[in-house]
Design a protein around this ligand. Structure first.
Ligand SMILES: Cc1ncc(COP(=O)(O)O)c(C=O)c1O
Length: 444
């Protein structure tokens, strides 16, 4: 029998079977999915109903930045639920007011006005609408190695292969190459990358381009930390041509890189900034787009032609306020920097000892290991947009050993909660170390 009030006594196998029968799992053929049943989570760990424990080396979907089960955020959600779980978005609530003001204090420069959404994709949808209204132009530049969400506009912005199944998509999106060209070809200099970008702007027509959306540090497409000068150069080109710079900080925001926002490392203030994930640490869904003052002022006498039933949802605003308080009370931004140094040393150690490790990159607690199968050609351990027996085996090994992280193409991530202890980090890297021994055997 299937009821909406199933008792909380199902086994892991029962949860998986019933979930697979009646619900759709994302980005997958349903026969291929093998989900982990999750019963609870605390700190850096989560566990199944049958008691198997996993060290969460990906903060679930790079979002549970403050760690699992923080009682302060749970209490704030419970208190808000008891007082006022919902008010429609034409109303003003205390949590909405306070969250706008808190975000104005922590976001870069003169960004001080926010439109709240349910998630990251909707934040990007609204950012491109704002850029189009503000500039009166239509085209949006985005990069190939990017992910911006799965809704119609956001998937059109997305540069990676997740876009392909959604095509033909929204019009007017122009993709440009990144400074990074994969493990075999490596990096452009900032100057070269900026010259290519300016060439595309010229060829497309500068006066037709409303915005350039980019992940300041790219997430799922490879923890791509731009060469110094690149983001400053993008800012300068946007200024030169009247294009709005849109920083998608859905994944890189809220301490992940060891700063409140990734752009802070380079002192760049985008015109629009989008966020979600770490904003509430995913305890309740919430996204937002932040506007610099001149852009926000555009809507003083022009209509903001957008809306959502759950815009400024009080439960989500309460969760965000409590989450931001946790970052501050526990010094999690500085902690991400400090533990990030420990993690960088552990990554470098892997690279020094394992021939299968072609590159490691990290900034704060945002990290990646890219594997190669040939030391001379730097052929990746799996091709672009594909897996390989070795990468699949590594994923199975991590799961069997109780390490949860994302394995994608020829790489895997090290993105633990910002609260992770050094002992927990070392525990995770010890499992990775053993897993790479098998991958090393495939290297020529
Ligand atoms: C950089 C970036 N932008 C946007 C999104 C989409 O966010 P959401 O899944 O909350 O819609 C993601 C999700 O992973 C992301 O990493």
């Amino acid at each position: 029998m299937t009821t909406s009030t199933a008792p909380r006594t199902m086994t892991g196998d029962e949860i998986v079977a019933l979930s697979k029968r009646h619900t759709i799992f994302e980005w997958s053929a349903q026969n291929a999915v093998d989900p982990i049943p999750v019963a609870g989570a605390k700190g850096s760990y989560f566990w199944t109903p049958d008691g198997k424990r996993y060290l969460d080396f990906n903060s679930q979907l790079m979002c549970v930045n403050i760690g699992h089960g923080d009682p302060r955020v749970i209490a704030a959600i419970q208190e808000q639920a008891a007082v006022l779980p919902y008010a429609n978005p034409f109303m003003a609530t205390e949590v909405r007011a306070r969250l706008g003001a808190r975000l104005a204090a922590i976001t870069p420069g003169d960004i001080d006005c926010f439109f709240f959404t349910n998630a990251g994709a909707e934040a990007n949808e609204n950012a491109i609408k704002i850029a189009r209204w503000y500039t009166g132009r239509h085209k949006i530049l985005a990069r190939y190695r990017s992910y911006h969400g799965a809704t119609a506009g956001a998937i059109a912005l997305t540069g990676d292969p997740r876009r392909w199944a959604a095509e033909p998509g929204a019009s007017g999106v122009i993709h440009v190459p990144d400074p990074y060209h994969g493990i075999a070809r490596g990096w452009d200099s900032a100057d070269d990358a900026l010259a290519r970008l300016e060439e595309v702007i010229q060829l497309e027509g500068p006066t037709t381009i409303a915005g350039f959306i980019l992940e300041p540090v790219t997430g799922t497409n490879g923890i791509l930390i731009p060469p110094d000068g690149y983001l400053q150069g993008v800012r300068a080109l946007c200024d030169k041509y009247g294009i709005l710079m849109i920083a998608d900080e859905v994944m890189s925001g809220f301490g992940r890189t060891g700063a409140w926002f990734a752009v802070d490392h380079w002192g760049v203030v985008p015109d629009l900034i989008t966020m979600a994930k770490g904003l509430t640490s995913a305890y309740v869904p919430l996204g937002a787009v932040g506007l610099r003052r001149p852009v926000a002022d555009h809507f003083r006498d022009k209509v903001f032609a957008g809306g959502l039933t759950y815009n400024s949802h009080p439960l989500a605003c309460a969760a965000a306020l409590a989450t931001i308080a946790v970052y501050e009370e526990d010094n999690l931004i500085a902690r991400a920097r400090q533990m990030g140094e420990v993690m960088a040393a552990l990554l470098a150690d892997l690279q020094a000892r394992h021939p299968s490790v072609g590159a490691v990159r990290s900034i704060g607690l945002f990290g990646i290991v890219e594997l190669i199968r040939d030391r001379a050609t730097r052929e990746p351990m799996a091709p672009f947009n594909a897996t390989s027996p070795e990468m699949a085996a590594l994923g199975r090994f991590f799961r069997q050993e109780g390490l949860y992280t994302f394995v994608r193409w020829n790489y895997f991530f090290t993105n633990p909660p910002l609260t992770i202890t050094e002992a927990e980090l070392r525990e995770g890297f010890a499992i990775i170390d053993r897993g790479l021994t098998h991958a090393d055997a495939a290297v020529r």
